[in-house]
Design a protein around this ligand. Structure first.
Ligand code: AMP
Ligand code: MG
Length: 420
């Protein structure tokens, strides 16, 4: 891979342009950690962010228990390294009950999860035991070892240890682990509220007829769905008349109710649009031109004390800038300790003969037919081609100012990393 950094020093590209990394750094520094928490039942904890470490007050398992359905035996020294041993069955211990102490040379029928009785020191699975005709004895052909098939106390969790850390987004397995130590509810950060509205004289709501020059408002549905998917409460004011006073009213209404306000469109330079002016008049606004493709313009600011992010209008730009910038910002505001998306390295099935001044977040799909993952690009990479994201399973990062041959290893973000 050849870095042709010289090109990017050209004033044409650098003039007031920001790198994607600097924009993300800036946003993450500005993201306020959440302050409010609430208690939730385990059944309502999925996807929520833990606001405190969870410790275990017990060992799991709480007692040595059988890993098999079989027979537990009290072996003495004389039984070790011998084959064809015979033991009398003196007890039966189903899971949930406790057995009596076993004397040396005796066995008890035992079931998976049942406690190992005092005196017993091994478990033999039932398939390896021959039961006598009257059912009173077992014979085992092979030599038996101590501690076979016993799950020791604390094998999974040791009392006092931290089992789940603050800032973790709760998955089904986490909720199960909490339940296994007897925790009945969890303290999580309260959901953040995101207020959204949309402007643009060309926009028509789906379901209504299109008139000449109009397009359907698709960003609205992407943004609301993305926000819901990442666990935000959404206050959606819908389409707002593109007038300064109406835009100010919408911003003021959301400002008191939300942690973040988001819009799409109307943030390009020179745009005839009232979002920029209204945000500036009620708070502060940074309009960034980011050295990336798609999605050059991005607005970040404040309305009163509420953060504001204005995504670009082109549907792919809006989606990609949400994924690259807004998602980590929102996750940090939610208290999620893993707010950055993880890339994996994959080989390209394409080359890049001419260095590009802007980093490209290209829509790609992985092909595993050759054994290792190879990234193919969607043929149309325009910022208006939403079908590219529907086709893709991820986004590949084509570095700026760089040429490479096919087979180059590049960062690839699965869409799952970029949308939740
Ligand atoms: P803008 O950023 O407002 O200059 O818009 C750039 C492009 O995105 C234009 O072609 C707009 O028509 C289109 N666009 C803006 N908002 C939306 C939207 N909500 N849904 C679909 N396309 C949009
Ligand atoms: Mg517009």
């Amino acid at each position: 891979m050849k870095n042709q950094a010289l090109n990017c020093d050209s004033p044409v590209f650098n003039q007031s342009m920001m790198s994607a990394d600097s924009a993300l750094d800036f946003l993450l520094k500005a993201a306020l950690a959440p302050s409010k928490t609430e208690a939730v039942d385990l059944d309502d904890a999925l996807g929520r962010i833990l606001s405190e470490d969870i410790n275990s007050s017990i060992n799991v398992p709480g007692f040595d228990n059988s890993a098999m359905d079989g027979y537990t035996i009290a072996l003495g020294n004389e039984h070790l390294n011998k084959t064809n041993l015979r033991f009398s069955i003196v007890d039966r211990i189903p899971a949930g009950s406790t057995g009596n102490e076993l004397s040396e040379g005796c066995a008890a029928r035992i079931f998976t999860g049942a406690p190992i009785p005092k005196g017993a020191n091994t478990v033999i699975m039932q398939e390896e035991c021959q039961l006598s005709e009257d059912g009173s004895q077992i014979t085992i052909d092979r030599a038996i070892n101590l501690n076979e098939n016993i799950r020791p106390t604390g094998n999974d969790i040791v009392e006092g240890g931290v089992i789940l850390q603050r800032g973790r987004q709760l998955q089904p397995q986490d909720i199960s682990l909490a339940a296994s130590v007897g925790v009945g509810g969890l303290r999580v950060f309260s959901k953040i509220k995101v207020g959204v509205f949309f402007t643009g004289d060309e926009l028509v709501e789906p379901g209504k007829p299109l008139t000449p020059g109009k397009i359907y408002n698709s960003n609205r549905y992407a943004l609301v769905a993305l926000l819901k998917q990442v666990g935000c409460e959404v206050i959606n004011l819908g389409n707002i008349e593109d007038k300064f006073a109406s835009t100010c009213n919408a911003l003021s209404e959301l400002c008191g109710k939300c942690d973040l306000i988001m819009t799409t469109g109307g943030v390009s330079v020179g745009e005839e649009d009232h979002v920029k002016g209204a945000v500036e008049s009620l708070g502060e606004l940074n309009l960034w031109k980011i050295r990336m493709k798609p999605g050059k313009p991005l607005a970040f600011g404040k309305v009163g004390n509420t953060a504001f992010i204005g995504l670009p209008g082109n549907p792919v730009s809006s989606f990609v800038t949400f994924a690259i910038f807004a998602l980590p910002f929102i996750k940090k505001m939610q208290g999620n300790s893993k707010h950055q998306s993880n890339a994996i390295q994959v080989q390209t099935n394409f080359d890049c003969k001419r260095a590009k001044p802007r980093r490209e977040y290209a829509r790609a799909r992985l092909d595993y037919s050759t054994g290792s993952a190879q990234a193919n690009l969607f043929p149309k990479q325009g910022s208006d081609v939403m079908s590219s994201i529907v086709w893709a399973d991820g986004i590949i990062e084509i570095p700026e100012n760089t040429t490479f041959e096919a087979g180059e290893l590049l960062n690839y973000y699965p869409l799952s990393e970029l949308t939740r």
